[in-house]
Write a protein that binds this ligand. Structure first.
Ligand code: NAP
Length: 331
């Protein structure tokens, strides 16, 4: 039998286990031109929360009583497709199923001898690409500048901070535990860290950690932390709106201060970023990330949860900050 995870109800507020449903179905057989895939690693990502809402977005919402999909590394266990052979490993947007068939469309082969399979969902996957491409295109870091990043010990944030150090910047990260701040300094080389859960005055904490102001703010969380960063933004500052996890579970989006005056006075650029719009740049960007990894300029951390049945909880745990680095589920 095959196990499948479907969206049972659209979460209200923080997602709950009851919003997910486990069903059993027959293990599929590959038809002509298809491959049979065995799931090995499942990526759980904050943006999946947006797809659980019934609203128009850059990607269609999940349908109720249908399997959820995300980035998955799978093994080809049978192939009727000339482009893939048994034993290949592939990366693709696949369904939360232990077994599934595919025509091969949208699947990319990955090499387990070059990097661990799970790394293709993190530092060598969409999270690494998000960090690198958005910094290149919007951040345009210059040596000696100050880079502030929120969600700093997570998958995207930890890569962002390290790229900042490679570019010779003063890097300050914001995260939710002191243990994460230690990881950011010891393993990722950040200069300073701010624990937003134990800091009363975020704007002052940022001012203290960034004595020359903030040249680039990489925003993974939105909300009040973005407001505090804007109070410290420099002339010609750049703000990369990558994500807003602090708002993903809100039912009414809270209002905040207005930035128009700051943006005019300081001639700030604030730009949203979607990695899926940049597929043409994935090749060279992956090459650069892989080179930094090989040269030990870039480190990465993973929180690996085991077991197909634990996929929904691993996803829910992202909103509690239970991960360090990329959260993946090993099947
Ligand atoms: P992640 O940072 O590895 O995991 C999420 C982290 O967010 C948690 O570990 C937690 O760390 C923090 N968090 C949770 N709730 C929070 C809150 N209310 N306020 C502040 N921080 C909170 O996830 P990721 O995959 O790297 O994604 C990071 C952000 O980038 C997300 O917003 C995601 O949607 C976005 N993203 C965007 C793109 C794109 O193309 N635009 C692509 C990938 C990811 P703490 O312990 O520090 O709270």
């Amino acid at each position: 039998m095959n196990h499948v995870i479907r969206l049972k109800s659209r979460p209200i507020g923080t997602p709950q286990p009851k919003d997910f449903e486990f069903i059993e179905e027959q293990k599929p057989e590959p038809k002509d031109g298809e491959v049979l895939l065995k799931t090995k690693y499942v990526s759980v990502d904050p943006y999946l929360r947006g797809r659980m809402r019934d609203q128009e977005s850059y990607i269609p919402p999940f349908q109720l009583n249908e399997p959820i999909e995300s980035g998955i590394i799978a093994e080809v266990v049978a192939s009727n497709n000339d482009n893939f052979k048994e034993g290949d490993f592939v990366n693709g947007m696949l369904q939360w199923k232990e077994w599934q068939t595919s025509t091969g469309n949208g699947l990319n082969k990955v090499d387990p001898d070059k990097a661990s399979l799970s790394a293709y969902l993190g530092v060598l996957g969409l999270t690494g690409l998000t960090a690198y491409i958005s910094l290149e295109q919007i951040g345009k870091l210059k040596e000696g500048e100050t880079l502030l990043v929120s969600g700093a010990s997570g998958a995207v944030g930890s890569t962002v901070g390290q790229i900042g150090k490679i570019k010779g910047c003063h890097v300050v990260g914001i995260a939710g535990t002191d243990e994460k701040l230690k990881l950011m300094k010891d393993r990722f080389g950040f200069d300073k860290g701010i624990n937003y859960k134990t800091t009363d005055d975020m704007a002052k904490a940022i001012a203290d950690a960034c004595p020359n102001g903030v040249d680039v703010y990489f925003d993974n969380v939105g909300g009040e932390i973005l407001d505090a960063a804007m109070e410290n933004i420099n002339k010609d500052g750049r703000v990369i709106n990558c994500g807003a996890i602090s708002l993903y579970n809100e039912t009414d989006v809270p209002t905040g201060p207005r930035y128009e005056g700051t943006m005019v006075r300081k001639t700030v650029l604030m730009q949203g970023f979607l990695v899926r719009d940049h597929a043409k740049e994935f090749g060279p960007a992956t090459k650069q990330l892989a080179q930094w990894l090989n040269e030990d300029e870039l480190n990465y951390e993973e929180t690996i949860v085991e077991g197909f049945e634990n996929i929904p909880q691993a996803f829910i745990d992202l909103f509690e900050g239970k991960n360090k680095g990329k959260m993946v589920v090993q099947i």
